[in-house]
Design a binder for this molecule. Structure first.
Ligand code: 5GP
Length: 118
């Protein structure tokens, strides 16, 4: 097809290490680093090296990559001492408040989260 290649964002620079970030995990498929504007005592982002603009742009060929990332989340969460629990969030599109158009999982924890009531 003649689809445009997805545009690099600030996350590509973090992945390439051309701008600094607090990296906490990396492998050949994905990278995790602390969010610059944390919303919980621990708030990190898990990002595929491949530029996928968001959940809406995920293709069949990405299934293995996304499955792999799901197995990485808990590994990194435990390293960050989130044994008591955490939340994984993906913001998608304008109404989902996505601001960086390079797919990423937010992982939040280190305090009792406020929703849902529990
Ligand atoms: P979104 O709203 O797209 O789901 O979330 C983007 C997240 O990336 C935000 O939580 C924001 O704080 C974080 N972020 C944006 N730019 C940078 C950056 O340059 N470094 C780091 N570490 N986080 C960033």
């Amino acid at each position: 097809t003649s689809e445009e290649p997805p545009k690099p964002t600030i996350f590509s620079k973090i992945i390439d290490k051309t701008i600094p970030a607090k990296l906490i995990y990396e492998d050949e498929h994905c990278v995790a680093f602390h969010d610059a504007n944390p919303q919980a005592p621990v708030h990190f982002l898990l990002v595929p090296r491949k530029i996928i603009t968001g959940l809406s742009a995920v293709k069949d060929e990405d299934k293995m990559l996304l499955g792999h990332m799901m197995t990485v989340v808990d590994k990194v969460a435990r390293e960050q001492r989130l044994d008591s629990g955490y939340r994984v969030v993906i913001n998608n599109g304008p109404q989902g408040c996505q601001s960086v158009y390079h797919l990423h999982l937010h992982v939040l924890g280190g305090r009792q989260l406020g929703w849902p009531p529990c």
